[in-house]
Design a binder for this molecule. Structure first.
Ligand SMILES: C[S@@+](CC[C@H](N)C(=O)[O-])C[C@H]1O[C@@H](n2cnc3c(N)ncnc32)[C@H](O)[C@@H]1O
Length: 263
């Protein structure tokens, strides 16, 4: 499908295999796992990981006892994920899942909504997640903040480049991140924290809970020092947990995780 063609060159570079191992990616990983471990139905249960990439989350989910199936449009990602013990991985698109109705106790979209700039496509992907999730099961979707690119480029200093600044100004105004040949992310959509609530509602999921994943911590100058796995990391995760549902902090968080139970 057309938007997956636009993002292929970016993902074919192979960066996803390691992205969540260091820096802001490490914080995103730890916080996503921390929230999911609290909200997922107990293992063993069937989890569909749509846009599961190289299987970064599928790996720990399988180790926790879940039966995990990854669906992703990138052959490189499917090859990586499928090599993980206990993980099935197939090519596919969030907008048209080749999965049975009510087949899973949880469906994760940790990435597809980033890459569907058309609202109708995002709602279609959420409707598909609802269709394949059994009543009482969970749908969880990650979104990138409308303002993440602004803060990221300011923190890195490349905001001073007028071409980068043009990209950022457009994404703040419209949500669409089109890198226009700059060394940035690929074609993407950056959500305002309230937009995802409306998209869930249109897909039939009205009672949602939103979690700020990184809060403001991804912007700490000494961020990596907080992520050494020691007592500071434990304290950081505890602190972020206490403010994860505070709406005034949603927009500063690089990622938001929105979850709902299928009725
Ligand atoms: C930033 S990566 C995230 C990977 C992984 N879920 C994670 O959390 O690290 C986004 C993923 O979404 C996938 N993706 C993009 N468009 C998609 C679509 N229409 N349907 C399903 N997956 C898609 C990409 O191939 C990529 O693997």
């Amino acid at each position: 499908m057309e938007t997956t063609e636009a993002i292929s060159p970016y993902y074919e570079r192979g960066g996803e295999a390691d992205r969540l191992n260091t820096g802001g990616g490490r914080l995103e990983f730890l916080r996503t796992r921390d929230v999911l471990r609290r909200v997922l139905p107990a293992a063993p249960a069937r989890v569909l990981d749509v846009g599961g990439g190289t299987g970064v989350h599928a790996r720990w989910l399988a180790a926790d006892g879940y039966a995990v199936r990854v669906v992703d449009p990138m052959p490189l990602h499917v090859a990586h994920a499928g090599a993980i013990a206990g993980v099935e991985a197939v090519l596919g698109d969030a907008r048209e899942l080749a999965e049975p109705d009510d087949g899973y106790q949880a469906t994760l979209l940790l990435g597809p909504l980033y890459h569907l700039p058309e609202r109708g496509d995002r709602v279609t992907a959420l409707r598909e997640a609802v269709r394949v999730t059994a009543p009482g099961g969970l749908v969880a979707a990650a979104t990138i903040s409308r303002y993440a690119g602004l803060y990221d480029t300011l923190a890195r200093g490349n905001y001073l480049d007028p071409d980068v600044r043009r990209v950022v100004e457009a994404e703040v105004a419209t949500g669409v991140h089109d890198p226009l040949g700059q060394e940035l992310f690929t074609l993407a959509f950056f959500h305002h924290p309230d937009e995802i609530v409306a998209e869930f509602a249109e897909a039939g999921l009205t009672a949602v809970t939103r979690y700020a994943l990184e809060g403001g911590a991804w912007l700490f100058a000494d961020r990596d020092g907080w992520l050494d796995g020691g007592e500071r990391t434990v304290a950081l995760l505890e602190a972020l947990r206490t403010v994860e549902r505070e709406p005034s902090l949603f927009g500063i968080s690089s990622h938001l995780l929105t979850v709902a139970v299928v009725g």
